[in-house]
Design a protein around this ligand. Structure first.
Ligand SMILES: Nc1ncnc2c1ncn2[C@@H]1O[C@H](COP(=O)(O)OP(=O)(O)O)[C@@H](O)[C@H]1O
Ligand SMILES: Nc1ccn([C@@H]2O[C@H](COP(=O)(O)O)[C@@H](O)[C@H]2O)c(=O)n1
Length: 202
């Protein structure tokens, strides 16, 4: 199994890049795991407490479960991937049965911060977009897709997103084998990654 880790700050375009990469690739050969599915289960907390969680700090992520699931997949076993609700700020009761594939892509803001997880990646990619560009995209996306309002997004940006990005996420760029500039759509970089995957599949 080839495991590709794709990191980078919120709004840099990780999900979009992954969609572009797997588009035109056989779905039975390439799978995707999102770090967002592995936010810790916070069912024991009231909604008002969950809203205050710092979701941009590595301690918010259940890395043990993510690593153990990746090992299961690498060993040829299926996993029950958690399903996360951004509206509820919590895992749902559902899980998604996920089969091992020849190529697995793991994407998320903090996936390159954990040394054990990092060691599992055959290829490490960091998607870069300038912070103003990321903020604009984040505001638009969170209002359109994640049930947020402008004040909520901007408050979170100032209180946690920006400082956590500087402390934890930006420094992981140095671990990357490939850095994809993504201020604009980068079809050349996407084609290069797809070519690497196609070589593995052929
Ligand atoms: N290169 C780009 N140029 C303009 N908008 C983009 C680009 N890449 C992604 N977007 C848009 O920005 C938003 C955030 O992108 P997304 O892929 O969800 O980022 P991430 O997964 O890194 O948080 C989405 O609405 C997406 O359509
Ligand atoms: N309940 C939550 C959990 C996380 N977030 C934010 O999501 C961002 C990571 O997802 P991307 O798709 O943007 O990479 C992260 O910056 C968290 O602040 C949230 O808003 N609510």
């Amino acid at each position: 199994m080839l495991i590709i880790g794709i990191g980078g700050g919120t709004g840099c375009g990780k999900t979009t890049v992954v969609r572009q990469i797997i588009n035109q690739l056989p779905p039975e050969e390439v799978g995707v795991i999102s770090q967002d599915s592995y936010y810790k289960d916070t069912s024991h907390m009231a909604y008002d407490e969950r809203v205050k969680i710092n979701f941009d700090h590595p301690r918010a992520i259940d890395f043990d479960l993510l690593i153990s699931h990746l090992k299961d997949l690498r060993g040829g076993n299926t996993i029950d991937q958690p399903v996360y609700s951004f509206v509820e700020h919590n895992r749902t009761k559902d899980t998604q049965l996920t089969h091992p594939r020849k190529v697995m892509i793991v994407e998320g803001i903090l996936i390159l911060t954990n040394p054990d997880l990092r060691d599992m990646f055959d290829i490490k990619i960091f998607v870069h977009a300038d912070s103003d560009e990321r903020l604009i995209r984040r505001v638009k996306r969170d209002i359109a897709e994640r049930g947020r309002d402008i004040d909520e997004v901007l408050d979170r940006y100032q209180s946690t997103l920006k400082p956590m990005h500087q402390q934890f996420i930006e420094p992981t760029k140095e671990f990357a084998d490939i850095i994809i500039p993504n201020n604009k759509y980068n079809t050349v970089a996407v084609d290069i990654v797809r070519t690497i995957i196609n070589e593995r599949l052929s």
